[in-house]
Design a protein around this ligand. Structure first.
Ligand code: GDP
Ligand code: IMO
Ligand code: MG
Length: 423
């Protein structure tokens, strides 16, 4: 069997959690392959809204295994809090939740280093979620990190202490940065106790055996392509590979195993945190999208920056990921407009540019838009794409033509049920 991949094509928060939840009944295993609690994946059904950070978005379906892969970084404190929040739903975690022994651990001192680094950057800060993501991946590639498998070792505490000592040395370079590691340690160790009771596995073996047995696997991405450490708007990115290739390294899956690649995008575009955003609308139109789309971060609550869809950026993301089908989210939000816009190319020093440039920051460029008639009516009650307004269908066809990939799903609200199939 192949591994299907679902990931974000913009700057995160495209609605990945919702679509994973909708697709889970078609799969046996849902596996997160990168990122950590910087992610906030929202699911809504039966009148309840759930926000997941580390736990895969298939957790509400019985008979499906949710795997936290080796490419993920785990904060035991946040992980425990996520499990506690799920307690009322009687989920049997021993059967449904597996964790890779090779996943790295976020220490309280990683979070402090993240905060100290952002403080020191001043106005150049990345706008990190301050969950310790960057420092944890730095320790992973620097070959200093602690992994889930280490928590079963008799000298785990010594390993932990040695890494904290190293971090204290690093924190000395940030003059005036005050902290109290001890205050955070008890909760962290409690989280470690909880992790010890969960099902830790050699996930690369587990997954490959499952594939040989004919099990269906969906890999759930976090963040978005434009936040990828290699292909995103560096340095305003996260510290992992958010693209399809990240599935191979983040789960131990060979490239030949990749099946469908489902790209999730909003009918417009948003970004939270600092960094370039070519089609950003820093005006009342952007404000109207933010209000209508309730564009506030699921993890940090920060307002998201809003703008029109950027087809240069989208084509780039489709190319890097090898996207085979698309899901367009939040079409209902654009119902407030008579006319909507799509950026078809940029003008850089007067020249037409259609390849996403190296550094969008330094360029003297203007996004060029095509005007498209809006549908200007409520979509949230729709349950059949065939009776959708013509203007919406034309927008979908226009995007399919521009992007050369079919849009199989059109989402018209946050609830599971507000999902239209265009298969
Ligand atoms: P993720 O990180 O990609 O899983 O996305 P988030 O959960 O951070 O952000 C997506 C937000 O949009 C959440 O609040 C969802 O409930 C909401 N959402 C998802 N799809 C739709 C949709 O089609 N319409 C509307 N109005 N909201 C949606
Ligand atoms: P999901 O999975 C949107 C952004 C942060 C910041 C940058 C680096 O919910 O789509 P980090 O904490 O990783 O050091 O932050 O990346 N960011 C996200 N933006 N959605 C996310 O995840 C994000 N995870 C990180 O705002 O700009
Ligand atoms: Mg999110």
């Amino acid at each position: 069997m192949k591994v299907d991949v679902l990931l974000g094509l913009q700057w995160g928060d495209e609605g990945k959690g919702k679509i994973v939840d909708v697709l889970t009944p078609e799969y046996d295993i849902i596996a997160r392959f990168q990122g950590g609690p910087n992610a906030g994946h929202t699911l809504e059904f039966e009148g309840i809204k759930h926000v997941l950070h580390t736990i895969p978005s298939g957790i509400f379906h019985s008979n499906v295994i949710n795997l936290v892969g080796n490419g993920v970084v785990i904060d035991p404190v946040i992980f425990k809090a996520e499990l506690d929040k799920l307690a009322p739903f009687n989920i049997d975690f021993s059967k449904r939740l597996y964790i890779s022994k090779k996943a790295h651990l976020i220490l309280p001192s990683h979070r402090l280093l993240d905060a100290a680094s952002e403080n020191a950057k001043g106005k150049n800060k990345i706008g990190s979620t301050l969950k310790g993501i960057g420092p944890t991946y730095m320790d992973k590639t620097g070959r200093n990190g602690l992994r889930v498998g280490d928590i079963f070792s008799p000298n785990f505490k010594e390993k932990y202490n040695a890494l904290v000592e190293k971090h204290i040395g690093m924190l000395k370079h940030y003059e005036g940065f005050e902290y109290d590691i001890k205050a955070q340690e008890a909760a962290w160790m409690e989280g470690i106790e909880v992790l010890r009771k969960l099902h830790a596995v050699d996930s690369e073996h587990f997954l490959n055996k499952a594939l040989l047995e004919g099990k269906k696997v969906l890999a759930e991405g976090a963040q978005g392509t434009m936040l990828d450490i290699d292909f995103g708007t560096y340095p305003f990115v996260t510290s992992s590979n958010t693209v399809t290739a990240g599935t191979c390294t983040g789960l131990g899956i060979a490239p030949t195993r990749i099946g469908k690649v489902i790209g999730i995008f909003k009918a417009y575009c948003t970004r939270v945190g600092s960094g370039p955003f070519p089609t950003e609308l820093d005006d009342e139109v952007g404000e109207a999208i933010r209000k209508e789309g309730r564009e506030f971060g699921a993890t940090t609550g920060r307002p998201r920056r809003c703008g029109w869809i950027d087809l240069v950026q989208m084509r780039y993301a489709i190319m890097i990921n090898g996207v085979t089908e698309l899901s367009m989210m939040k079409a209902d939000v654009l119902s407030i407009f008579d006319k909507i816009y799509a950026c078809t190319h940029y003008l850089v020093d007067g020249e037409k540019v259609t390849d996403f440039p190296f550094d969008v920051n330094d360029l003297n460029f203007t996004p060029v838009y095509e005007e498209i008639p809006g549908w200007n009516c409520d979509l949230t009650q729709l349950d059949d794409y065939s009776v959708a307004p013509n203007e919406l269908k034309k927008y979908v066809s226009y995007l399919e033509e521009q992007l050369q990939v079919p849009i199989r799903v059109v989402s018209v609200g946050p609830d599971r049920k507000q999902t239209l199939s265009n298969a």
